[in-house]
Design a protein around this ligand. Structure first.
Ligand SMILES: Cc1cc2nc3c(=O)[nH]c(=O)nc-3n(C[C@H](O)[C@H](O)[C@H](O)COP(=O)(O)OP(=O)(O)OC[C@H]3O[C@@H](n4cnc5c(N)ncnc54)[C@H](O)[C@@H]3O)c2cc1C
Ligand code: SF4
Length: 326
């Protein structure tokens, strides 16, 4: 059955203030960056918007600046432009790997950093055509009364599947936000909430302006499990960073694809010379298993996703520490 794009008005503000003013004046409006998530969802009838506020001409969102204090990436910078940018990437490997893992090359030409962070959550029972969802009486996230994944639960468990968020989390990113009440800056973890139907802590009329990364220390990496080698969301993805040297190695991990928001997993103590590496990484793997909570939101079993992401986390961490696989 053909799905038609619903009608909407397309406005192209020339500045951030103008964009904020349109959002304030028109409660049915929605910001659109690359459109690679939003337009697909609108065509499927998952998002209703009378006005699309196109952010493509807002220069303030396209800033890209690296100095001694760190890196600022405007929310409107495309993934392709960021990947090609002449930056010192030496301490930002997790970000570079995560960028290259998003969808495919043509997709990354349109997709933006802000859109990637703010993309909708995903579920097998939700990212379907209108007639398919109607024949299932819809679901809790949109129009329905039951969650088909957890019928006894009262909240949506759709999974957050953005690749960039975990990489930015282990690199210590903050985000700046502009809105009707002025500007604010929060740690990137505080942008998200564990609720598949309402996973962003953005207030009405707010726009994500930029991501700020401190000058990073140490090494980092990102890996994802997916069904196809390209153009595929993560069934689970994990970013790992490792800091320190002789007095011990500190690891931070963040996982995507398993919960309704990206999940941070901190190791409580560093790995020291006295630790048996196999015991340390087994413990890391267990901590990741415990922290995540994959649900039946994809065609792949939750248990497989839990085990494979915990194994992937330990393997990536071993690589950063220079410890061979057992
Ligand atoms: C076939 C396919 C494969 C994909 N594969 C992947 C993948 O592997 N990994 C992955 O992470 N994603 C994937 N995606 C999802 C999506 O394409 C990307 O996440 C992309 O980066 C979204 O960016 P965008 O600029 O196109 O966002 P848009 O579609 O323009 O926006 C997405 C959402 O963010 C909001 N938004 C955008 N910018 C801002 C802002 N500055 N402030 C506040 N809200 C904002 C919009 O209102 C909308 O709700 C895939 C999508 C498709 C269709
Ligand atoms: S997790 Fe449940 S409520 Fe959420 S989209 Fe899936 S079926 Fe719907």
């Amino acid at each position: 059955m053909t799905e038609y794009m619903p009608e909407f008005e397309h406005l192209v503000p020339a500045s951030l203030d103008e964009a904020l003013a349109v959002l304030a004046e028109r409660p049915d409006s929605r910001v659109c960056a690359g459109g690679t998530d939003l337009l697909v969802n609108m065509r499927r009838g998952l998002v209703e918007a009378g006005t699309l506020v196109d952010l493509g001409m807002v220069d303030a969102l396209r800033i890209l600046k690296q100095d001694d204090t760190g890196l600022t990436i405007g929310a409107g910078v495309t993934l392709a432009a960021l990947l090609k940018a002449d930056l010192d990437w030496s301490q930002l490997n997790a970000l570079r790997e995560a960028l290259a893992a998003v969808a495919g090359p043509t997709h990354r030409e349109m997709a933006t950093v802000g859109g990637n962070l703010c993309q909708d959550t995903r579920c097998l029972y939700y990212n379907q055509s209108e007639w398919w969802r109607r024949s299932n009486d819809y679901c809790l996230k949109y129009r329905g009364e039951t969650c088909h994944v957890a019928p006894k639960g009262n909240r949506c468990r759709a999974a957050y599947c953005g690749d960039l968020a975990p990489a930015l989390m282990v690199l210590g990113a903050e985000v700046s936000i502009a809105g009707p009440d002025g500007a604010r800056r929060v740690g990137i973890g505080d942008l998200f909430a564990e609720d598949g139907a309402d996973h962003l802590k953005l207030k009405a009329g707010e726009i994500l302006v930029a991501v700020h990364l401190p000058r990073a220390e140490g090494r980092s990496t990102y890996g994802k499990i997916r069904q196809r080698g390209a153009i595929d969301f993560p069934l689970a993805g994990v970013a790992v960073s490792c800091r320190g040297r002789d007095d011990g190695l500190w690891f931070s991990l963040a996982v995507t694809g398993t919960n309704s928001c990206p999940v941070m997993v901190e190791m409580p103590a560093p790995m020291t010379r006295d630790d048996a590496a196999d015991v340390f990484f087994r413990d890391m793997s267990r901590r990741v298993q415990k922290a995540v909570s994959p649900q039946r939101t994809t065609t792949v079993a939750p248990h497989f996703r839990r085990l494979s992401v915990s194994a992937l986390a330990a393997r990536l961490a071993r690589g950063l520490a220079g410890v061979a696989d057992p």
